[in-house]
Ligand binder design. Structure first.
Ligand code: PGA
Length: 248
């Protein structure tokens, strides 16, 4: 699975042109899922554009309540009604810049599932945590406090994105070995909490400075099931190269 997180980039016209470029290079039959997560303002137009293609629509955030007096917010139900299938939550930029805690993310996960959507759950450590060698503990806590209350049946709608914060938008990606080590740890934690079967079925994506020239070396790792791509998803050709690295 390869998901493009456009963040707060592209206006509507540029976003539609980017999607068009991706559509032109994508095969109808692919053995992996491709998701585009544009800004909210692009969702309905993009939905029309992607109709009949293999590409799915994602959103970058939602509020945890269904509706009400929350000026400026968008609920998971609203996203569902606009044709969204996946919602990213727990992204480090939301954690750091918008002070989202594990508890808030837990509520968002619940809201996303309640709306019948799938979750792309981001987790990952800062450089300090990595240097103090407590990254496994931190990632486990992020999962325990925001995900592990779910029933096994619900967990089938969860996809994990391990995104070491020191690798996001920095041009420094985790080495394939570092990614593999953490992904394998995450899968073990899912197996302990749920089952080996559910752990094997869960997509665990890597995110953080994925580029066309490093994608393959990350994706060939046993426990890396794809990528959540930021900057490199804003260029159709580069993003297609990453998709082809994942989907063969
Ligand atoms: P990046 O972002 O690929 O630009 O590092 C990844 C992300 O934040 O999801």
């Amino acid at each position: 699975m390869v998901a493009g997180n456009w963040k707060m980039n592209t206006d509507l016209q540029k976003g539609l042109a980017l999607a068009e470029g991706i559509l032109q290079g994508i095969k109808q039959e692919m053995d992996c899922e491709v998701v585009l997560a544009p800004p909210f303002t692009h969702l309905t137009e993009l939905k029309k554009k992607l109709e009949g293609s293999a590409i799915k629509l994602g959103a970058q955030n939602c509020h945890c309540e269904h509706s009400g007096a929350y000026t400026g917010e968008v609920s998971a139900e609203m996203l569902q009604s606009a044709g969204v299938e996946y919602v990213i939550t727990g992204h480090s930029e939301r954690r750091q810049l918008f002070h989202e805690t594990n508890e808030i993310i837990r509520q968002k996960v619940n809201a996303i599932l309640h709306a019948g959507l799938k979750v792309i759950f981001c987790c990952g450590e800062t450089l300090d945590v990595r240097q103090s060698e407590t990254h496994n503990i931190l990632v486990r806590m992020q999962m325990e406090e925001s995900l592990f209350h779910l029933e096994p049946e619900q967990f089938k709608s969860i996809c994990i994105a391990y995104e070491p914060i020191w690798a996001i938008g920095t041009g420094v990606n985790a080495s394939p070995e570092q990614a593999q080590e953490m992904h394998s740890y995450i899968r073990d934690q899912i197996a302990i909490r749920y089952s080996k079967f559910i752990a094997e079925e869960t997509n665990i994506l890597y995110g953080g400075s994925i580029k066309p020239d490093n994608a393959k070396s990350l994706f060939v790792q046993e426990d890396v099931d794809g990528g959540l791509v930021g900057g490199a998803s804003l260029d159709a050709k580069g993003f297609l190269d990453i998709i082809h690295a994942a989907c063969g």
